[in-house]
Design a protein around this ligand. Structure first.
Ligand code: 2M8
Length: 434
């Protein structure tokens, strides 16, 4: 594998800034040159998190430019398209046709799907770390109503199971696109249309072929419904309650409860949302010592365990017995115990595990960062330190790659990947306080 073990902290930090500057459009950071030339929802938000201790204004600009793509119904899209080279990425704006929808912003093209609602947690980190309190307070006041609208959308349009959790309606909404947890719900779909191949990019390695037809079919069906909530509720064939998506949502509700007074608002509704989501997670997704994905279209709970199953650990009030069980699994040979470079995106003993296929085995900087935060909020300082140190070891040795082989740490996918660089800046700050 590539080895850059000699890179010290200062040099690593400078390299991370260079990646972020190269991927900066002037108002947003694209995930990577080449394959991902637009603004992605959770990528940008991880960038804002990475900048929170370093540059309040730029972190705020990143979030504001993402929220410029927010739809009138509150939905924050998973891609905000850059007008330049708009169709280089497939599916581009001509596929999503957002501008034809009355609820979508007209100045900018977006996708019609969302991604994990991490923005309030990012804003809370910006607020907590900002040296310039006035700038941070103004940012909170500006973003707060947008985030409330986003959460209202999830609580209404996306509560497809009727029990307080948000459902995702496409694997792309999870951010863990090709995770084996989507195999069963996707295999149950009718397959129509021709397979497609992505244009260019270094991330062709490790990407699946077979899935992309149902991926596009699902997106087109939703688009052709006019992005209709009633269609989602009654007809759309993919509807899933995902523990990572909902764990992030819960953590963002906790963040909004803390930010509400800064915005002159009542924290009560956010606290109620936290309780509702936690109850939904425990009652609907907990089985056999883990949180699992629930297929609302008849498939029940997923048997395969992935890094997404640990998402509810982000809840600092998760009951201690559940925390202990989850951490036991995380540290076992199913995940960290048998990986040289944690955390594999799928449990190692699963037959679907594949060390080199995108979201089916490789370790990722963003999920490591989320689990490190989860460890910190539960006062598991040792686990937090291991997660931080192994993540820094990965990027020090292999560079800011999109993901990494969990056994030998070699890089996979795109190079100069923004969230790997941005979260490195946060990890280099080397504290486990939350
Ligand atoms: C990947 O997802 C996009 C579709 O949204 C793709 O495969 O083209 C995922 O890794 C996702 O988590 C990420 O946000 C996106 C951009 O980095 O790439």
């Amino acid at each position: 594998m590539e080895s850059r073990a000699a890179v010290d902290d200062a040099a690593l930090g400078r390299e991370a800034w260079a990646v972020l500057d190269a991927n900066w459009t002037g108002s947003a950071t694209v995930p990577a040159p080449g394959l991902y030339p637009h603004q992605w929802n959770w990528d940008s938000t991880f960038v804002a998190i990475g900048l929170a201790r370093r540059d309040t204004r730029r972190a705020g600009t990143e979030l504001l430019s993402l929220m410029a793509g927010q739809w009138g119904n509150g939905m924050v899209p998973h891609i905000v398209f850059q007008p330049v080279r708009a169709e280089v990425y497939f599916p581009g704006p001509s596929v999503w046709r957002s501008r034809e929808h009355r609820s979508a912003p007209h100045g900018v093209g977006t996708s019609g799907l969302t991604q994990p609602p991490l923005q309030a947690l990012a804003l809370w980190r910006i607020w907590r770390h900002a040296a310039d309190r006035d700038t941070a307070a103004a940012l909170v006041r500006r973003l707060y109503p947008m985030l409330v609208a986003q959460h209202d959308y999830l609580a209404t349009v996306r509560d497809l199971g009727g029990a307080g959790l948000a459902a995702i309606v496409h694997p792309w909404e999870s951010g863990m696109d090709d995770s084996p947890v989507w195999d069963a719900p996707l295999e149950a779909l009718p397959v129509t249309g021709a397979p497609y191949r992505r244009a260019g990019g270094s991330c062709g390695e490790g990407r699946p072929g077979g899935h992309h037809d149902p991926f596009v079919t699902l997106a087109l069906r939703y688009r052709d419904s006019g992005y209709d909530p009633a269609y989602l509720r009654d007809e759309h064939p993919f509807a899933v309650e995902d523990p990572m998506f909902n764990g992030i949502w819960l953590a963002s509700c906790q963040a909004l409860a803390e930010l509400a007074p800064v915005a002159g608002a009542d924290a009560g509704p956010h606290r109620a949302a936290v309780e509702r989501i936690r109850a939904g997670l425990l009652e609907r997704l907990w089985a056999d010592g883990l949180f699992r994905v629930r297929d609302l279209r008849g498939g029940g709970l997923s048997q395969v365990c992935t890094v997404g199953c640990f998402g509810p650990l982000l809840d600092r009030e998760l009951p201690a017995d559940r925390v202990a069980e989850l951490v036991g699994v995380l540290e076992s040979a199913r995940f960290m115990g048998a990986a040289g470079y944690p955390v594999p995106s799928c449990e190692i003993r699963a037959q679907q595990f594949d060390r080199s296929r995108y979201w089916r085995g490789p370790s990722w900087v963003n999920t490591n960062w989320l689990l490190r935060r989860a460890a910190a909020v539960h006062d598991l300082a040792g686990l937090a330190r291991i997660l931080g140190a192994s993540t820094l070891r990965l990027v020090r040795q292999a560079g800011f790659r999109e993901c990494f082989d969990p056994f030998d740490g070699s890089g996979r996918g795109s190079r100069d990947f923004s969230w790997s660089a941005a979260l490195t800046l946060d990890l280099l700050a080397d504290t486990v306080e939350e």
